[in-house]
Design a protein around this ligand. Sequence first.
Ligand SMILES: C[S@@+](CC[C@H](N)C(=O)[O-])C[C@H]1O[C@@H](n2cnc3c(N)ncnc32)[C@H](O)[C@@H]1O
Length: 219
Amino acid sequence: MRSCDFNPYVELMYGEYKDWAFSEEATNFKGFWRSEIFQVPEETPVDLEIGTGNGYHFADYVKRHQDRRVIGMELKYKPLIQTIRRALREGSENARMLRLDAGRVSELFREQEVNNVFIHHPDPWPKKRHNKNRLIQPQFLTNLYSVMKPGSFLEFKTDHYGYFQWAIKCFQDSAFELQFFTEDLHNSFRSDENFVTQFEKIFIQKKQPIFYARLRKTQ
Ligand SMILES: C[S@@+](CC[C@H](N)C(=O)[O-])C[C@H]1O[C@@H](n2cnc3c(N)ncnc32)[C@H](O)[C@@H]1O
């Protein structure tokens, strides 16, 4: 009999999807994502999506950018498997998933190994005493900046105004150039090219605005 904490998605990750999703062993690939894992020339762009959820944006992006390689990070097994399945179902083999905390980017990537980064609707941790758990923190931004290539961008969006204000302050104090931000993404010039994620849909239905920022690593 199976124990009550049996999680079929754990089995899938280490079984059927073992070549597509990694956990702790991924730290061994630092500096070798292009040469060893994707087996592509060093100039091939490698993008990163943090907190893919069930992967609608990830699968769409991966499919539309077959010339790029894309790594997703997701802490929970079920959405992680949903993400990689969705991409593979679309016939895309240019993607991998990591079941690791995004706070560990420096352990996973060497300096300037990553191109563009997407962070869509990260957990807001709204209670003041929980703010310390938010992904966007000064040290995290320093680490992310370091692993990104000059000229690449960071796309951030959230449905939580308190988190947005927190993030903008962190962005302004970071080495990134804050290129653009809006308190109403869907009524901004970025609306046409925006992909509506699953979480975003919920807030659009509630007629709540989406907060958006785009940053650049200039040098
Ligand atoms: C609110 S959901 C948003 C999902 C998706 N991006 C969307 O917009 O629909 C946030 C996701 O980030 C994942 N997550 C939270 N903290 C994370 C971390 N430190 N590293 C990687 N993933 C994380 C959660 O498991 C969850 O699936």
